[in-house]
Design a protein around this ligand. Structure first.
Ligand SMILES: C[S@@+](CC[C@H](N)C(=O)[O-])C[C@H]1O[C@@H](n2cnc3c(N)ncnc32)[C@H](O)[C@@H]1O
Length: 356
């Protein structure tokens, strides 16, 4: 008799995913998973069992191949498999090898999403303090499909508004564009607590949430449940979820699935963020010394106005409040017609000329 629990339409089988005979062929729409990384992390279960996460490489690859073969069997031809894994510092390239194992079982590699785990001071990463390598701030999410012709994703399901609204109509009829394959999803603060309880590698619920939305499926599978982040996302999105965990922490899993939630990180295009920072540093010095509230309005070119709009949207999405800029945008909005301040235009033109 297989040991399992069901939490609000999310079924967790407490057994190895090397055999997922409980799941029918072609019945799963989205798989989101992160396997053991084989780098000696501690995975312990309720009964005091400890998973050996340092197998000989051949054995590790054989084990994953068996699981990926099962994933291939159960995935619907329309379905998508999001495989998250990062490189270990001393074991560079291991993530590529793990993705290649999936390719050998029949999957096609659609693309790779870069998951940035920490940005703007939010989120967790392990600062090494060492001098021989840079800290690693990202991991891969390999996007794999079973059938290159039949798979389905909808980039706009996790899209963002256009910065330059003149693109509406040119590229799309709605104010929504693809947000790209670099995802900024910081670890939540609770990660530290779960680490202490014996599970070192949960991903944030927001990560599988984005994947499930992108694939627009109804059935979800995670062959390596961990504490249950994928199934928590599946529950939030009202999907039917299935998962396997050989070394379960049942109370943690139950809590994560039934209570796991998050505040969505704004989807921001990395180029927009970079642009925002550039503009900010470029214009802030002018605004400081030219006493914004006494003056009226800069004369900006069309391109600069678009850039400033991107900055405005980006700051809004990040919930960042920069008072002098807010005041400036307010003036900009209200004083469009009052293009009178010669001095200001001169200052800006001079500055722009100098910074070319
Ligand atoms: C990287 S963790 C997954 C973390 C998960 N994404 C989360 O957010 O909680 C890998 C998990 O696979 C589990 N595991 C290891 N071998 C397994 C097997 N043969 N079948 C099912 N689960 C297994 C480990 O106990 C560990 O919890």
């Amino acid at each position: 008799m297989v040991d399992y629990d069901v939490f609000d339409n999310q079924t967790v089988y407490y057994k190895s995913s090397e055999n997922m005979s409980e799941i029918k062929d072609n019945s799963i729409d989205v798989i989101v998973s992160s396997p053991p990384y084989n780098r000696n992390k501690l995975y312990s279960d309720d009964r005091g069992g400890i998973y050996n996460d340092k197998k000989p490489q051949e054995e590790y690859f054989r084990f994953l191949t068996t699981v990926w073969r099962e994933c291939y069997r159960v995935l619907n031809p329309r379905g998508v498999f999001f495989l998250n894994i990062g490189d270990a510092a001393p074991d560079q390239g291991i993530s590529e090898n793990v993705a290649q194992l999936a390719v050998k079982t029949g999957f096609h590699r659609l693309q790779t999403i870069i998951w940035i785990k920490s940005f703007l001071g939010k989120g967790h990463f392990t600062p090494s303090g060492g001098s021989r390598r840079l800290n690693n701030l990202w991991e891969s999410i390999f996007v794999l499909v079973k059938d290159r012709k039949k798979y389905h994703i909808n980039p706009k399901a996790i899209g963002i508004p256009y910065a330059d609204k003149s693109n509406i109509g040119r590229y799309a009829n709605e104010d929504l564009r693809d947000a790209g394959n670099v995802w900024l999803v910081p670890y939540s603060k609770t990660t530290g607590a779960t680490i202490k309880k014996g599970h070192e590698a949960p991903f944030p619920v927001e990560l599988p949430y984005k994947c499930i939305k992108l694939a627009e499926g109804e059935t979800v599978l995670d062959p390596f449940v961990g504490i249950g982040s994928t199934l928590a996302a599946s529950r939030l999105l009202k999907k039917k979820g299935f998962g396997y965990e050989k070394f379960p922490r049942k109370e943690l899993i139950k809590k994560r699935i039934l209570e796991g939630s998050f505040k969505e990180t704004p989807s921001i295009l990395l180029p927009h963020l970079e642009l925002a920072i550039n503009i900010l540093s470029r214009y802030s010095s002018i605004i400081e010394y030219s006493q914004l509230h006494d003056e009226e309005f800069f004369k900006f070119s069309h391109k600069e106005k678009i850039q400033l709009n991107i900055l405005k949207d980006t700051l809004n999405q990040l919930n960042l409040r920069i008072p002098f800029l807010e005041e400036y945008f307010l003036q900009w909005d209200h004083n469009r017609e009052k293009l009178k301040s010669k001095k200001r235009i001169e200052v800006l033109t001079k500055f722009l000329d100098e910074s070319k």
